[in-house]
Design a binder for this molecule. Sequence first.
Ligand SMILES: [Zn+2]
Ligand SMILES: [Zn+2]
Length: 339
Amino acid sequence: MKSVNDLQVFESSAGAKVYQIPMDAFPGLKTFAYLVIHQNLTVLIDTGSGYGESNQQLIQGIQTAENLSGQRVRLEDITHILITHGHIDHIGGLVEVTSRTSALVGVHELDRRNITNYEERRGYILRRLEHYLIEAGVESERREYILGLYRFMKQLFQSVPVDFVYSDINMQLGDFKFLHVPGHCAGHVVIRLHDLLFCGDHILTDITPHQAPEELTPWTGLGHYLQSLDRLESWAPDVKLTLSGHNKVIEDLTHRTNEIKQMHKERLELVMDFFESPNTIFALSEDLFGSADGYDALLAIEEAGAHVEYLYQRGKLSLENYEEMENSFEPIPLNYKRQ
Ligand SMILES: [Zn+2]
Ligand SMILES: [Zn+2]
């Protein structure tokens, strides 16, 4: 492994070259795209956010990869763009990249709409999110602020076409193999190439990957996520290095997976303790994560909500004021309590 201009190079057991391109997705959020050259395939895994300097950093990274590899590698030489999942910090660069190459864009079918119908999907989610925040017990001023931030995200991307979904190619492209790992995102996949694993945001080192309730987007949610962690372990037992979308390289995948599972187990216990007396998801989020502002507040509410939903689905929590809910036409704040 060598590092030049912050760009790290890896090599798989069968000789595929991997260039890890760092980008600033948003202020305070670093992200990686991976340029992979193997036989007749030149593949770009994820594209950064497209925001700020991100596109220039991506193009600069491809140039550095060309200098390091000693062979011609240009944007127009890319044969495939493989998306790990449809979050903006991974798909945002598609607008620029697809205008400059004829590479085929692939994504899992459950995240296809994030790319091909972005504007429509934003509008749809916004509606559901508003309803959700009321039920979570978020008062109107804070709610409007959070929804305003969400509206702003609309401007960050324009829909682009997708050329194939992974099921079309039987979850395999040359030596690249795909596994669907829903949870952090509905159509999240991890991609294995020989002894390397590209895991997107499914497993991260410094933080546990963000969870949101399935009520907002089907196939997300903590239940799917924990199941996906288990599936990955049996699918990729001999992986040497795991390359994530944001953090350091993971050398011991099983160890990190176990840490993440343990963290959720402990958090679920905290949630059960909190609902000894009836309360809302918003109150729980402040208890778990302190009071946060703006987008961080939304992330905290979603994270708390994902844990509440997991326990509620499994009959561990119940709704204290369901009769009030039944008698109201409008959504009302819901109080959960321990069964
Ligand atoms: Zn993500
Ligand atoms: Zn991400």
